[in-house]
Ligand binder design. Structure first.
Ligand code: 3PG
Length: 306
């Protein structure tokens, strides 16, 4: 019998697991669950007889893929797929997919909340500032920033974006100003929200050159990946500028060094952007449906290792 393994170190909400089970069992397949595992060897064992794998930020390494002797498809229930060894998957003829857009609203709401949190002195009682009339820069314009822009308009913010992969007209039609390069985005905007993936080109790309260009009160909101920040440069700018702020959904490696800036720095203890029941249901069910459609009909929509 076809076996679908859901391996989630950070489990889906129960409603999502129930929905996934229904889809998998209605298709005549078997569902296996590996939740809250702490030892990567548990994943190696569990994947051994699985035909399909659903993961979140769980690492589908070369070893995991090689251990999955029957694997045909891996679906990352979420947006970023930097946790899948795509080269190995491709070499083995395994299809890798993500579920674009499915958990984006949750991440956008968190980014908006993070802006408010930083603008209002981290809810500690001190005097803060308002978002109304301030400039928000969207570094990339995928699903999450589009939803964030919608929320930020409600705050009365002026919105700018830079995304060389998206035609300008597709951004301006949403009432957003397009800047001609990253330098202009960071120079213009007091708030910059990061939405680029982590890959060889983007790692450490948010550097001193960009951060130092931000106007007074410059605040970076990172709900993307910790790897895209140049941490030495982040330490330098926080040290140099008493007005500069950084908030991140997952601690940077240099977290301990930044605690002395607690009034201007905050990171969530564990990545929680997509940690809502709604996002879990949307992404989890999409992943299960994509697997069934692939196995039954050969549908490869959302494949990321073409
Ligand atoms: C994503 O890439 O979809 C987000 O970072 C969410 O990741 P998570 O499923 O591990 O919470």
């Amino acid at each position: 019998m076809t076996k679908v393994l859901v391996a989630t170190e950070k489990p889906f909400a129960a409603a999502a697991v129930n929905g996934i089970r229904k889809i998998v069992e209605n298709a005549g397949y078997e569902l296996a669950l590996l939740e809250k595992y702490t030892d990567p060897n548990d994943l190696l064992k569990a994947v051994a007889d699985a035909d399909a794998l659903i993961i979140r930020s769980d690492k589908a390494t070369k070893d995991v893929i090689n251990a999955g002797k029957k694997l045909k498809i891996i679906v990352r229930a979420g947006a970023g797929y930097d946790n899948i060894d795509l080269a190995t998957a491709t070499e083995k003829g395994i299809v890798a997919m993500n579920t674009p857009g499915q958990n984006s609203n949750a991440v956008a709401e968190l980014a908006a909340g993070m802006m408010v949190f930083m603008a209002r002195a981290q809810f500690k009682g001190g005097s803060g500032s308002e978002l109304k009339g301030k400039k928000l820069g969207l570094h990339a314009y995928g699903y999450v920033p589009r939803m964030l822009a919608h929320i930020a308009k409600g705050f009365g913010m002026e919105i700018y974006a830079y995304d060389p992969f998206i035609p300008e007209a597709n951004i301006t039609k949403d009432g957003i100003k397009v800047v001609k390069n990253l330098e202009e985005l960071y120079t213009t905007c007091q708030y910059v929200s990061l939405h680029i993936p982590a890959n060889e080109k983007t790692k450490k790309s948010i550097n001193y050159n960009l951060m130092s260009k931000m106007p007074k009160g410059g605040t970076i909101i990172n709900t993307a990946r910790k790897e895209i920040i140049n941490e030495d440069d982040l330490k330098k700018i926080l040290e140099e500028r008493q007005d500069f702020k950084y908030i991140s959904d997952i601690a940077p490696d240099c977290h301990a060094d930044l605690l002395k800036y607690e009034a201007r720095y905050f990171s969530t203890p564990k990545k929680q952007g997509a940690e809502t029941s709604e996002a879990n249901v949307n992404a989890g069910l999409a992943a299960a449906n994509q697997i069934v459609n692939f196995i039954k009909n050969g549908d490869k929509t959302f494949q990321v290792n073409k």
